[in-house]
Structure formats: C-alpha cells, structure tokens
Design a protein around this ligand. Structure first.
Ligand SMILES: Nc1ncnc2c1ncn2[C@@H]1O[C@H](COP(=O)(O)OP(=O)(O)O)[C@@H](O)[C@H]1O
Ligand SMILES: Cc1ncc(C[n+]2csc(CCOP(=O)(O)OP(=O)(O)O)c2C)c(N)n1
Ligand SMILES: [Mg+2]
Length: 321
C-alpha cells in the first residue's frame, strides 16, 4: 500500500474526517479551510509525540490514537477554546494495516468525544512519531491565557494529579498491580480526557489557566512568569487518588503529583469569589494553593515550611548535573 492509498483508507475515510462545524474544506487539497464566526479568534496548538519519549513502544495503537489527540486537544481546553479541527502528521517505519486501522479507530473515538474533525496532515516514512495540530475558536479577548493571575487569587486544579506518572512503571512493564489499582492509573496515562467543558466554564472567571503536561510545579512556573506573580502550592491540598496512594505510597504520590507530568488536567487561578459558584455547579475545582506578589513557585508542607524541590518537572534536553 502506498502513501495515498494509506491516507484514503485509514484517515480520509474515517468518520471524524467527514467535516463538521467550521470546516469549509477538509482532507484532499493543499490546505484545509476553516470558517470562523464573526468576532471569534482561531486558537492553534501543536504537539509531537515520539515513540519511547512520549509513549511506550510497542503499545496498543487504539490507545495511542486516543492519547495522541487527547494531549493536543487539552491545550484548547486550557485556553477556553471550543474545538473545531485537527491535523495529523504521521511518521511510521512501515505500513502495518492492522496497526493503522486500530490507531485510526482510537483517534476517531477521541475526535468524536471532543467534537473535532480531521482536516489534513502528512504521512512520511521514518521512526514512529505523531504531530497533531489542533484548531479551536474563542470569542475575541476571552481566551484563558497564562498571564492574568493576580495576588489574592486561589490556585486550583481540575482533577486528581499524579495518576499518569504513577502508571509509568506499569506502562513500561517494570511493575504489576491488581486490576483495582492498575486500571484507573493506566486509564489516566492512555486516555486522558481533555477538560473542554471546564475550560469553557472558566471563561470570564479564571484569571489564568494552562494544562498540566510537565508537572504541576513546572507548569505553575509558566503562569508565575507570564503573570509576574508568585504561586504557592500547598502539598497537603493535592488531590491524590486512592489507587496512586496504594500503588506508590504517600511520598512518591506527592512526587508524581508535583513533578511527574502527563496529567492533562487544568491548572488555573481564580478570584476567591468565583470558587463557591463553580463548586455549587459541580465543576471539579480543587484549591491547591494561592497567588502572591513576587515571583516563581513555592511548595509548602502542612506546617507552612518551604520544601520547594530543585527538580520541578519533565523537561526535554535537561542537563543532568
Ligand atoms: N519549535 C518551536 N517554535 C516555535 N514555538 C515553539 C516551539 N516549540 C514550542 N513553542 C512554543 O513555546 C510555548 C511553550 O511550549 P510548550 O511548553 O510545548 O507548550 P505546551 O505545554 O502548551 O505544549 C508554546 O507557545 C509553543 O507554541
Ligand atoms: C514512555 C514514557 N516515558 C516517559 C513519559 C513521561 N513524559 C514524556 S514527555 C512528558 C512531558 C510532556 O511532553 P512535552 O513534549 O513536554 O509536552 P508539552 O508540554 O509540549 O505539551 C512526560 C511527562 C511518558 N509519557 N512516556
Ligand atoms: Mg508542547
């Protein structure tokens, strides 16, 4: 099977490639065309996943299909954008019909659950990697950026932290666990759920937001820098799952939640008056700290002692001392 038959069979024919809201022209021409309603801005984000770096290889291609789109769409959630479309650049060493079929099925499942259409991409031969670019729309001026956090705001997250990082030894086959522990952890690694509805609900309320990919401390550092404030994280407030605590114990659960990464839940800052209404509407909002004047990120233990670690999160090309 050649390049074009592959594209036709597995991607152009996929249900998620048959058009949708805002898609004026999809797969097949030199560009796709997206139509935006008047007064809306286009939100654009791209993410690459490399075999052995971002996901275990070999792995279940259906799960990879889900995960590769979920991590990309998570950036739209973080901006409070409404999802429209995505492109897929696939680099693969060979054409394995079964692998491609199941990858496309996983991609399609996540595309349908997020409401995004596949509008184009690129297919090349080489070591396995995937680059997904996502497009969303947001009313002009209403996107949630990293730069609006104010002293006095609460620092919040949209769900449990550390589950995906805790799953890594299971993903890599280094450890095993009972299904009651393994299943919820592996679900967070392979099938993160972009918090699109929460992102929309936070528009006009959160003063800053982002999604946690590298780890809470590292990603809070980006909000702190962009907003020129200090973010204080209180370790005893971290939302940790029973499965994570049972699998790795409290100390390692803290490490996973603070600097493991791969969470793909939102981190955001909120004026205190906005908290009760959001919680009353059952939005998953967990207060994990606060915003102060100053700079950087500080981690406090339950006694208010500064226990900020040197290593904050995942970084490609990190120099080891
Ligand atoms: N090679 C690059 N060229 C231009 N911009 C880049 C490049 N790599 C990353 N960026 C930009 O730098 C910022 C930080 O990137 P990153 O930490 O990867 O964001 P995210 O966690 O949202 O994926 C983003 O605005 C991203 O678009
Ligand atoms: C097999 C495997 N090993 C390690 C990790 C952990 N990991 C790899 S990249 C990464 C951070 C997120 O990737 P990045 O490219 O920085 O995403 P971005 O911040 O751009 O969204 C993490 C936590 C993983 N997901 N899978
Ligand atoms: Mg990135």
């Amino acid at each position: 099977m050649g390049e074009f038959e592959l594209i036709r069979t597995y991607f152009a024919a996929a249900p998620c490639a048959q058009g949708g809201e805002g898609i004026a022209l999809g797969i097949g021409d030199d560009c796709a065309l997206l139509a935006l309603p008047a007064g809306e801005q286009l939100a654009v984000s791209t993410d690459t996943l490399v075999a052995g770096v971002h996901f275990a290889d070999p792995c279940d291609p259906f799960l990879l299909g889900q995960r590769s789109l979920a991590v990309a769409v998570s950036d739209l959630a973080a901006m409070g954008a409404h999802p429209l479309a995505f492109t897929l650049a696939l680099t693969t060493p060979s054409v394995e019909a079964d692998w491609l079929q199941r990858y496309a099925q996983g991609l399609n499942a996540m595309a349908q659950s997020c409401g995004v259409g596949l509008v184009g991409g690129d297919t090349t031969r080489g070591p396995l990697s995937l680059t997904l670019t996502v497009f969303g729309r947001v009313p002009a001026g209403q996107a949630l950026t990293r730069s609006g956090a104010q002293p006095g705001d609460l620092l919040c997250v949209g769900g449990e932290l550390g589950n995906a990082a805790g799953a890594l030894p299971l993903v890599l086959g280094q450890r095993t666990a009972d299904a009651a522990i393994a299943e919820p952890l592996l679900a967070h690694y392979w099938s993160p759920q972009p918090q699109l509805a929460l992102g929309l609900a936070l528009r006009g309320k959160a003063t800053a937001a982002m999604d946690i990919s590298d780890g809470l401390l590292a990603d809070c550092g980006h909000i702190a820098k962009a907003s020129a404030v200090r973010l204080v994280v209180e370790r005893h407030r971290l939302p940790l799952s029973a499965a994570l605590l049972a699998f790795v114990g409290e100390d390692q659960a803290h490490v996973a939640a603070l600097s493991g990464g791969d969470d793909y839940v939102l981190a955001f800052t909120l004026p205190p008056s906005e908290l009760a209404p959001l919680q009353a509407d059952s939005w998953p909002v967990h207060v994990v700290g606060r915003v102060e004047a100053g700079q950087g990120v500080t981690l406090l233990d339950g006694n208010g002692q500064d226990i900020t670690p040197a290593v904050r999160g995942y970084q490609h090309f990190r120099q080891t001392p």
